[in-house]
Design a protein around this ligand. Structure first.
Ligand code: 13P
Ligand code: SF4
Length: 325
């Protein structure tokens, strides 16, 4: 049940006062619920949030999103206290890989460059050479020599999209390094996926085109290639906000709450989710009360063991050095 408007207004004003009193900044991912947009200092995609966290001068960063994003904020800004407002908010895709399993696969594959999507635990980043987000995955892979074998983890759909966009072969994820059928160059995917995006199919795009014939269809690169091929454009969540400025009507193939985000900035743009039931349960966990508790010091800090932090920070720093929007 939602709060009566006056309670919610009181809570927002208390959050604003607490934030000033403790010198905090509130960073929120685009998939958060609209009440969180109202108290956030910055809304963004994974890359923008990492960049914002890095340059945040605040003593406390309250993160409204999921764990890998708050860990990234801590890694790029170790001086700040970082708190994930909803401490149980994880990412199912990030849980599809562990540092131990990655180390074993790297041993099997031999000489390989590991590119880790930021949707990974810090320990997986520490086992990787460089990170990427949905906004810069193509640029990060393009920065690697063409003759390299790249292990791209953990999203197999993003791996397939990146392989195509960088003109590199997508290799069979089952093949072992000693198998002579495994080419020395190309992209080896991991078998992970996002349950929200993997469920969005080309049929959904065709149906959306029938229902909204004038709309521009944008999908996230975590979707299967068939969905990407059926759409008009592919973009990160903030890329979707930028593209929306150029259209009167859009359909978004991503977490359904993204249309709230469009309405927040661009109320004149008509926005429909590709599928209304495409919801990320973890992204919807954060409530205003959680933000209030985080500002009052009632939520534990994000901590990352020193040896893990060194390796994970190195992989993130390499990503941050790659220029681009
Ligand atoms: P963005 O970096 O595009 O916001 O994506 C994050 C995410 O988790 C998508 O599911
Ligand atoms: Fe993870 Fe998918 Fe949720 Fe994004 S939408 S946080 S990839 S489960």
């Amino acid at each position: 049940m939602t709060d009566p408007p006056s309670d919610s207004a009181n809570l927002k004003s208390e959050i604003s006062n607490l934030k000033s009193a403790v010198g905090a900044v509130i960073l929120a991912h685009n998939y958060q619920v609209p009440a969180i947009y109202d108290v956030a200092d910055f809304l963004g995609d994974s890359l923008e949030l990492a960049r914002h966290a890095r340059r945040a001068g605040a003593r406390l960063i309250v993160f409204c999103g999921v764990r890998f994003m708050a860990e990234t904020a801590k890694l790029v800004n170790p001086e700040a206290r970082v708190v994930l407002a909803a401490p149980n908010a994880g990412c199912e895709m990030a849980d599809m890989i562990s540092a131990g399993a990655l180390a074993e696969r790297k041993r099997e594959l031999g000489d390989v460059t590991t590119v880790a999507y930021v949707n990974t635990p810090a320990a997986v980043k520490a086992e990787s050479d460089i990170c990427c987000t949905s906004a810069n995955a193509v640029r990060v892979v393009n920065a690697q020599p063409k003759d390299r074998r790249i292990l791209f983890v953990p999203d197999r759909h993003l791996a397939a999209y990146v392989a195509r966009e960088t003109n590199r072969p997508l290799l069979d994820l089952q093949l072992a390094a000693h198998d002579s059928r495994l080419p020395t160059a190309g992209i080896v995917p991991w078998e992970g996926f996002c349950y929200v995006h993997a469920s969005l199919r080309a049929d959904d795009v065709e149906r959306a085109r029938r229902e909204h014939p004038g709309a521009f269809v944008i999908v996230h690169p975590e979707c299967p290639l068939e969905t990407i091929d059926a759409a008009d454009a592919t973009a990160s969540t903030s890329g979707m906000v930028r593209l929306a400025r150029e259209h009167d009507e859009i359909v978004l193939g991503t977490e359904a709450g993204m249309c709230d985000r469009i309405r927040h900035d661009l109320p004149q743009v008509k926005c429909w989710p590709l599928r209304r039931t495409a919801l990320c349960r973890n992204m919807k966990l954060t409530r205003l009360e959680d933000v209030q508790a985080a500002l009052k010091g009632e939520v534990p800090d994000i901590t990352i063991p020193g040896d893990v932090a060194v390796g994970a920070r190195r992989a993130l720093d390499r990503m941050m050095q790659i220029p681009g929007p």
